[in-house]
Design a protein around this ligand. Sequence first.
Ligand SMILES: [Zn+2]
Length: 571
Amino acid sequence: MKKLKAKLRWTIVVMAVGFAVCGAGPLVTALAGERVIQARQRDAQAVESAGQASEPARKAVESAGPLIGQAGQAAEETTAAQAPQHAQQVKRLLIKDAMVIYGNGEPPFGPANISIEDGLIARVGRVPRDWTPDAVIDASGKYVMPGIINGHIHLQDERAGIPQPIQYELNLYLAAGATTIRDVGSDWTKAKEWRAQSASHKLVASRLVLYERIWASKGAHTAELIRQGVRYAKEQGVDGLKLFGMDRDLAEALMDEAKKQGLRTAVHIAVDETTARDWAELGVTSIEHFYGVADAALDGIQNFPPEHNANNEIHRFGRAGELYVQPNLNREKLSAVLDLMVRNKVFWCPTLSIYVASRDLIRAQNQPWFKDYLHPTLEEYFLPDLQHHGSYFLGWTNTQEVRWKKNYQVWMDALKEFDLKGGLITVGDDAGFIYQIYGFGQVHELELLEEAGFHPLEVIKMATVNGAKLLGLEDKLGRVRQGFIADLLVVNGNPVENLRLLNPYGTDVFTYDGKAINNYSPIMPGDPKVKVERGGGIEWTIKEGIPYHVPTLMKEVKAMVSEARAMRTKK
Ligand SMILES: [Zn+2]
């Protein structure tokens, strides 16, 4: 999200710490390529261990009765002696009898066993006889998929100057299955410290990858100052650069220096001289949101009325929602821009979920998880107030919503076209603004990508394999593959059947006689054994082999929220 009044408050603190690649910790570098096995071999092992590998995946869900444990409550069913401890490192961890979603769009397979040793996936398939696990997760009836790589987040320990514990956000992202999060703009000094703590497992957090704005700290109005700033950012240890729209000559200098320094880039294009065409030509790594793509497809410029003020967010967000439906949007030009992005390997991180309030405000303001999980700091920040970025809902009209709805249709079509041309879409939620809570926005992003026309397996690929490519970590992350970092999710149910199962709040599950079944099953109306229960959720988010128990994380979040609310009432 663009801060209109860019606060260049980055404090310069020199910490001579040479972090491992993207702050991913020593395991990343220790990873050995020779342990990687071929997909065929893996499948063969799975079949071997499964006995009945041809049994439909649905059967596994049908046997998932006991898994309807409430997301959001501690579930201590797993055998106490053998189950792992929340947030405790385990040398050898076994995930038993899981259906596996590999990550690259292949159909699920299993049941299979996944052996994890020293934070790496040691084997997928049969457990070697001489290999004894220190802890076991019984995943029968559950699905295991790679950890989600969230490509667009902001680390926030305050909103509008009011403190909010960083652990609130960190817990929520882990609970939503994000094992890696790419921060695209926050307090650099703090973020750097959190990245180090997360890498050394002293902080309960996803792996942090930091694309920051400190390149602008030298002053960014000349090419030379920008080059100095980029070099400074590199010295400081950023993983990449977060950019905003700027004039073409400055963008050229910046991109040239970023390439020299080997830094990846993420751009939020504003209504500016440069559009997606410029940034794609200059070889930016990723384009965030939708701005700049539609702008590059206009015959002429945006049709803003004379009183339009780009510093007024009602004007800015209201009319941003009209961009794709402007009469001078040229579909051929749009296709040409998408072609250029594909040719130059530009990722698109659309963050569809952060704008949905614009097309459906009442939904956005009444999400059921607000009751227990909305921190009062964030709640206050969301209230309509033009001083708060993204809180522009003052007298929001139906006409504005209708335009945004139509805008989404064209935007989603463009995403589909981009994918069909070979472009790579990634998942990001940009939460902490516009009624989106961290992680909850991420699951909605997956839902919206399905709405854009993608199969849930393709959506999962965007959240895993594509995310790893975005960060240049595709040889270590994003797949349930031997030798890869053990970033895995143990999901209560099959997310390919319903992406909503990945919501940390859980979701409605159709049950018969206490067992979850597909809601298209031939059930007679009036059958008393039919119930709807809250189920789903991720049971364990495993980051670098460390298991985090999601119901425990959510319990902690709930406690943080009630405590903050109680403090407020006292005042
Ligand atoms: Zn953002």
